[in-house]
Ligand binder design. Structure first.
Ligand SMILES: [Zn+2]
Length: 124
Protein backbone atom coordinates (compact mmCIF):
# COMPACT_ATOMS: atom_id res chain seq x y z
CA UNK A 1 0.00 0.00 0.00
CA UNK A 2 1.26 3.43 -0.89
CA UNK A 3 1.78 5.71 2.11
CA UNK A 4 2.53 9.42 1.69
CA UNK A 5 3.23 12.02 4.35
CA UNK A 6 1.25 15.22 3.85
CA UNK A 7 3.76 18.11 4.06
CA UNK A 8 1.08 20.46 5.42
CA UNK A 9 -0.61 18.57 8.25
CA UNK A 10 2.07 15.92 8.80
CA UNK A 11 -0.33 12.99 8.58
CA UNK A 12 1.03 9.77 7.16
CA UNK A 13 -1.86 8.94 4.86
CA UNK A 14 -2.52 5.82 2.85
CA UNK A 15 -3.69 6.03 -0.72
CA UNK A 16 -7.38 5.76 0.23
CA UNK A 17 -7.07 9.17 1.92
CA UNK A 18 -5.41 10.76 -1.11
CA UNK A 19 -6.22 11.48 -4.74
CA UNK A 20 -3.58 11.50 -7.47
CA UNK A 21 -3.26 14.52 -9.72
CA UNK A 22 -0.84 13.25 -12.33
CA UNK A 23 2.56 14.47 -13.35
CA UNK A 24 3.98 17.43 -11.42
CA UNK A 25 5.88 20.47 -12.62
CA UNK A 26 4.33 20.66 -16.07
CA UNK A 27 5.56 23.62 -18.06
CA UNK A 28 2.78 25.91 -19.19
CA UNK A 29 3.65 27.88 -22.29
CA UNK A 30 2.74 31.51 -22.85
CA UNK A 31 0.30 33.02 -25.37
CA UNK A 32 2.98 33.02 -28.09
CA UNK A 33 3.31 29.25 -27.86
CA UNK A 34 2.63 27.05 -30.83
CA UNK A 35 -0.37 24.78 -31.11
CA UNK A 36 2.01 21.84 -30.72
CA UNK A 37 3.33 23.23 -27.40
CA UNK A 38 -0.23 23.75 -26.16
CA UNK A 39 -1.26 20.25 -27.23
CA UNK A 40 1.78 18.85 -25.46
CA UNK A 41 0.89 20.76 -22.28
CA UNK A 42 -2.66 19.43 -22.35
CA UNK A 43 -2.11 15.83 -23.31
CA UNK A 44 1.49 14.61 -23.19
CA UNK A 45 2.29 12.95 -19.89
CA UNK A 46 5.10 10.71 -18.82
CA UNK A 47 4.34 7.35 -17.32
CA UNK A 48 7.75 6.08 -16.25
CA UNK A 49 8.60 2.76 -14.76
CA UNK A 50 10.83 4.26 -12.12
CA UNK A 51 11.20 7.61 -10.40
CA UNK A 52 8.28 9.96 -10.97
CA UNK A 53 7.34 13.36 -9.54
CA UNK A 54 3.59 13.51 -9.01
CA UNK A 55 0.85 15.77 -7.72
CA UNK A 56 -1.39 14.50 -4.92
CA UNK A 57 -4.18 16.02 -2.87
CA UNK A 58 -4.92 15.13 0.74
CA UNK A 59 -8.60 14.85 -0.16
CA UNK A 60 -9.84 13.23 3.07
CA UNK A 61 -7.58 15.34 5.25
CA UNK A 62 -6.51 18.96 4.96
CA UNK A 63 -7.51 19.16 1.27
CA UNK A 64 -4.22 20.67 0.12
CA UNK A 65 -2.19 19.77 -2.96
CA UNK A 66 1.38 18.59 -2.65
CA UNK A 67 4.06 16.86 -4.67
CA UNK A 68 5.58 13.44 -4.08
CA UNK A 69 8.68 11.82 -5.52
CA UNK A 70 8.38 8.07 -5.67
CA UNK A 71 9.37 5.04 -7.67
CA UNK A 72 6.41 3.66 -9.59
CA UNK A 73 8.02 0.23 -9.79
CA UNK A 74 8.79 -0.32 -6.10
CA UNK A 75 6.39 2.23 -4.49
CA UNK A 76 9.40 3.59 -2.59
CA UNK A 77 8.65 7.17 -1.56
CA UNK A 78 11.57 9.59 -1.50
CA UNK A 79 9.68 12.53 -0.06
CA UNK A 80 6.80 14.95 -0.31
CA UNK A 81 6.84 18.74 -0.46
CA UNK A 82 4.40 21.64 -0.89
CA UNK A 83 2.95 22.24 -4.34
CA UNK A 84 4.07 25.87 -4.42
CA UNK A 85 7.60 24.96 -5.45
CA UNK A 86 9.15 24.67 -8.88
CA UNK A 87 11.38 21.68 -8.23
CA UNK A 88 11.91 18.95 -5.65
CA UNK A 89 13.93 19.99 -2.58
CA UNK A 90 17.61 19.19 -2.76
CA UNK A 91 17.45 16.61 0.04
CA UNK A 92 14.83 14.63 -1.90
CA UNK A 93 16.94 14.80 -5.07
CA UNK A 94 19.93 13.52 -3.11
CA UNK A 95 17.84 10.73 -1.61
CA UNK A 96 16.76 9.61 -5.08
CA UNK A 97 20.30 9.91 -6.44
CA UNK A 98 21.61 7.65 -3.67
CA UNK A 99 19.18 4.95 -4.73
CA UNK A 100 19.34 5.64 -8.48
CA UNK A 101 22.76 7.17 -9.24
CA UNK A 102 21.83 7.89 -12.86
CA UNK A 103 18.77 9.92 -11.88
CA UNK A 104 18.87 13.68 -11.92
CA UNK A 105 16.30 16.41 -11.77
CA UNK A 106 16.06 18.43 -14.93
CA UNK A 107 15.19 22.08 -14.48
CA UNK A 108 13.99 22.55 -18.04
CA UNK A 109 10.48 21.49 -17.12
CA UNK A 110 11.09 17.90 -18.00
CA UNK A 111 10.38 15.21 -15.47
CA UNK A 112 12.89 13.13 -13.65
CA UNK A 113 15.09 10.91 -15.66
CA UNK A 114 16.46 7.51 -14.89
CA UNK A 115 18.45 5.20 -17.00
CA UNK A 116 16.13 2.26 -16.91
CA UNK A 117 17.07 -0.82 -14.98
CA UNK A 118 20.09 0.78 -13.31
CA UNK A 119 18.88 -0.90 -10.16
CA UNK A 120 18.36 -4.58 -10.33
CA UNK A 121 16.99 -5.65 -7.02
CA UNK A 122 15.56 -9.10 -7.23
CA UNK A 123 11.84 -9.43 -7.03
CA UNK A 124 11.04 -12.67 -5.38
ZN1 LIG B 1 -2.80 17.15 4.83
Amino acid sequence: MLMLSCPYCGVMADETELMPGGEAHLRRHGPEASAEDFKSYLFDRKNPKGVHVERWVHSYGCGKWFHAVRCTRTLEVFGTYPAQTHRPPEEICQSVAQRYPDWQWRDDGEDCETNSDSSSEGET
